[in-house]
Design a protein around this ligand. Structure first.
Ligand code: ATP
Ligand code: MN
Length: 478
């Protein structure tokens, strides 16, 4: 007898009938006869048809939604509608009971909010199992893309001793016990007595360390957890998220934009191939959800159409300055519809502006480049105009910023000057400055929030629904 996953069983037409064995969880049980069994290997269930002679009344009562069972039987062509094969059960064993009155995941539609509160069980639903399988395949596609293109995977530290990364508020890492942090003569906490002998935090980005690898191995990338203690309760921010950060020597901003675009297109194409069933399900789900929106807000493309569109069309590229002109003259700006009206060059773009450009004006992914130096990080390369830097953001429909990157400042003097202006301690970043002293060269890279990519790929509106156990303000359950 062959032990198989549901995925394998559903693909095995042609070799029937066949004695098989399978284990999984009961999704539904109807008419005391038909079990829909799922083992997580696919979005689809296998139908198991009970043979009364081999089953006791006692066992029948224990076939409840959520129960773990083992089935032996004959895999045959299905008589009924809706499936090609089914198992004629000869033996059934209850491995783990599930009390139907207490099990939270009933065979009905649950709200995403309710499922978030039951995150330990939500992956047993169609929606979340599909999302998490896509997430897994996506992370594989990320590695595959970089590995096939000569990049080295670098594990940058999670505990960092620099607070100059500048990407956001940080979580402190300390070994001081409650109320026992020693203070120095100035009355400040004396971190020299802490575990690392200095103040340490959870990293907000692996970029600075990844640059050291790019300047030795040529092409490097990180893909790991990052932490931001920002109190932003949005559908696009987590306190703990996974970031992908390639960094490449001898590559300028042009090359950086090409890399970001090619990378995103390639991983989407890979998912369109490897996750057909899950995407078909998520496509349906999104279409249903869209129906509850007012006509004007509905997307005119289905999920799969959107993914194809992005994978097959060039991203639009415009400078920050061009974007400001478009925004300044836009209808919502003139009619004072923006919460933050655009008056002049130099304004930081808010999510409402980014979404206007992507969703209303260009209707395609957009790369903005050459931002004002004042609104971007210290390490971005200054342009000849002296007021803009070689920064780029990739903006996506429904998501907003998905990538933030730049050509890095490779000139020692310019970088030091910039750090002084922005009050960044040179001593602390001595090693980063060393890269500009010894064999410096043009180099570039970007950061892509993995969850935002998963959001786009699965069509999920809230970032909390694309990571197994979301960490957000006031929430670290599970
Ligand atoms: P945003 O303006 O959306 O807050 P950011 O400018 O802070 O983004 P970067 O510091 O450039 O973002 O980080 C690179 C990428 O990491 C972003 O483009 C985004 O995809 C992702 N990202 C940033 N902050 C978060 C967060 N709190 N949760 C999830 N992803 C994030
Ligand atoms: Mn941010």
């Amino acid at each position: 007898m062959i032990k198989k996953s549901v995925y394998e069983l559903l693909k095995s037409d042609g070799l029937l009938p066949q004695e098989v064995q399978v284990k999984g969880w009961v999704r539904t049980f109807r008419s005391n006869r038909f079990i829909a069994l799922n083992d997580g290997s696919t979005i689809h269930n296998i139908q198991c048809v009970i043979d009364f002679e081999s089953t006791t009344e006692e066992t029948l009562k224990r076939i409840n939604t959520g129960a773990a069972i083992a089935i032996k039987g004959n895999l045959t062509e299905s008589q009924g509608k809706g499936q090609t094969v089914e198992i004629q059960v000869s033996e059934i064993e209850i491995l783990g009971d599930s009390n139907p009155d207490a099990y939270p995941i009933q065979p009905k539609k649950h709200s995403l909010e309710f499922l978030r509160e039951n995150a330990h069980l939500r992956v047993r639903t169609n929606t979340f199992s599909a999302i998490m399988r896509v997430r897994s395949k996506l992370s594989f596609a990320v590695h595959q893309y970089f590995q096939e293109n000569g990049f080295n995977y670098v594990h940058t530290p999670i505990i960092t001793g620099t607070d100059a990364e500048g990407a956001g508020e940080m979580f402190r890492v300390t070994n001081f016990k409650d109320n026992e942090a020693p203070v120095n003569e100035e009355g400040e906490i004396d971190f020299t007595k802490d575990f690392f002998g200095k103040e340490t935090n959870l990293t907000v980005s692996g970029q600075l360390e990844a640059e050291t690898f790019a300047m030795a191995l040529g092409k490097a990338y990180t893909f790991g957890p990052t932490f931001r203690a920002e109190n932003s309760n949005t559908t696009r921010h987590l306190a703990e998220f996974w970031m992908i950060e390639p960094e490449v020597a001898f590559m300028d901003l042009e090359g950086n934009m090409d890399l970001a675009e090619d990378f995103i297109k390639c991983v989407l194409k890979s998912i369109l191939k490897s996750c057909k069933d899950d995407l078909a399900f998520l496509d349906q789900r999104l279409t249903q959800e869209e129906k509850s929106k007012p006509q004007a807000e509905r997307s005119d493309m289905s999920l799969i159409e959107k993914l194809r569109f992005v994978a097959d069309n060039n991203f639009k590229r415009i400078s920050y300055t061009e974007a400001i002109d478009i925004l300044r003259n836009s209808k919502p700006n003139k009619k004072k519809k923006f919460q933050f009206p655009i008056h002049e060059w130099g304004a930081d773009l808010q999510s409402e502006h980014e979404r206007f450009l992507v969703e209303k004006h260009f209707k395609c992914p957009l790369i903005l480049f050459d931002y004002p130096a004042d609104i971007k990080a210290f390490y971005m390369r200054l342009n000849e105009d002296g007021k803009t830097v070689r920064a780029m953001d990739v903006l996506f429909p429904g998501i907003g910023e998905i990538v933030g990157g730049a050509q890095r400042e490779e000139r020692y003097d310019v970088l030091v000057e910039k750090m002084k202006k922005m009050n960044i301690d040179e001593k602390e970043l001595w090693w980063y400055l060393d890269l500009r002293k010894f064999g410096t060269a043009v180099h570039s890279g970007f950061g892509l929030g993995f969850e935002r990519l998963v959001q786009f790929t699965t069509g999920m509106n809230n970032i909390r629904d694309v990571i197994p156990f979301p960490r957000t303000p006031q929430n670290a359950d599970f």
